[in-house]
Design a protein around this ligand. Structure first.
Ligand code: SAH
Length: 348
């Protein structure tokens, strides 16, 4: 059954018209969903009984069910949801000084096959619909509503490759961004991609204000291809060319994510290559502590080792930050909670 969360503001007005209702009914439904955050159509009391009956016949509201919730010492909360077809997805709530952020999953499993990542342990089963992404946001927001809190930021960094599910991701973001509903500011939204250059170019021409983060993780083609198979399809030159177009079209700062893997990409020559690659870009490097994944055999670096790499980059004029770890006493690495559930014998 289709979810009302699948429709962004314009689409829900068209939907209303397709039933022969006034466009304004669509506006009302949107407000009930995202301002009042109702769980059922029956609560939409300014719609006629007949309209509500039709909506109930043809749509559900949330297509997901919360099946597990883990809270870490620092308040980071990981949610495991089951979709209508039984597939599992994770979302993470993170608490920052500047607000509350949700990390959203875009696919069931992932086909990108990055050597270090837990998400790719199972191949992609399917793309999430835009409603299934909106529903992750709404489920977490409804938890926060209990204490009068609100989500202010969104990172599209959960399981899956957002640019391998481009249209649904864009529709999801349009829904949560709309100021007649949740009004999550564009600049508070970050999309992270492993580097699908063609989609980066499409994204460049959309001229949104969403932040773009690139999972780089290696400064040369040989190493990057060994860690991230996508680099064989879109090697660094192609990727950087797409980013040049992005920078020409958008006056926005780029983020490059770089997981420091002990003995793999953390040597001084890697810092030097990285500085050369990124010179001249309006960008900064986010150095990411590695969340060890048993099956993968990589090791992260400690804080001192990360600082050495950080200093080498800063000396070469590359701005960087070291990402603070969140929820490291729960299964916080991408896709770990789902994998654990599958190992316990859960059948999707
Ligand atoms: N597919 C997208 C978004 C999901 S992954 C992408 O590749 O960007 C979000 C970020 O987490 C990526 O930078 C990814 O490389 C990183 N990541 C994956 N596994 C990780 C792990 N075990 N520890 C730390 N970061 C990880």
């Amino acid at each position: 059954m289709q979810s009302l969360y699948d429709y962004d503001y314009e689409q829900i007005q068209c939907l209303a018209e397709s039933y022969g209702w006034k466009k304004f009914r669509g506006h009302q439904i949107f407000q009930w969903l995202y301002r009042n955050r109702v769980d059922s159509v029956d609560e939409m009391t300014n719609l006629s009984k007949e309209t509500r009956e039709i909506l109930k016949r043809d749509f559900m509201i949330s297509p997901l069910k919360m099946i597990r919730k883990q809270v870490a010492h620092d308040g980071t909360t990981k949610f495991l949801f089951a979709l209508e077809d039984g597939a599992l997805v994770e979302s993470v709530l993170m608490l920052f000084d500047y607000g509350k952020s949700i990390c959203v999953t875009t696919q069931v499993g992932c086909n990108m096959g990055c050597a270090f990542c837990a998400s790719g342990l199972t191949k992609k089963k399917r793309n999430l619909t835009s409603g299934e992404m909106v529903a992750q946001f709404m489920a977490v927001q409804k938890e926060l509503d209990k204490s009068g809190d609100r989500l202010s930021h969104v990172v599209v960094m959960g399981t899956g490759e957002p640019f391998d599910n481009y249209d649904n991701v864009m529709n999801f973001l349009s829904t949560i961004n709309h100021d007649r509903g949740l009004g999550i500011g564009s600049r508070h939204i970050t999309i992270s991609t492993c580097g699908i250059a063609d989609r980066i170019i499409d994204f460049a021409y959309e001229h949104t204000q969403y932040n773009l983060a690139i999972s780089l993780h290696a400064p040369n083609d040989q190493l990057r291809s060994s860690l991230m198979p996508i680099n064989k399809a879109y090697p660094l030159e192609t990727l950087m060319h797409a980013l040049d177009i992005y920078c020409q079209e958008n006056n926005r700062r780029l983020t490059f994510e770089y997981i420091l893997l002990k003995g793999v990409n953390d040597r001084p020559e890697h810092a030097a290559q990285l500085a050369r690659l990124l010179k001249g870009y309006n960008a900064y490097v986010n150095l990411i502590p590695y969340n060890a994944v048993d099956e993968k055999g990589f090791q992260g670096v400690n804080h001192e080792e990360a600082m050495v790499f950080y200093d080498q980059l800063m000396k070469k004029g590359i701005r960087c930050t070291i990402r603070k770890e969140h929820g490291n006493d729960i299964d916080a690495a991408c896709g770990q909670l789902r994998i654990k559930e599958l190992k316990r014998g859960y059948e999707e």
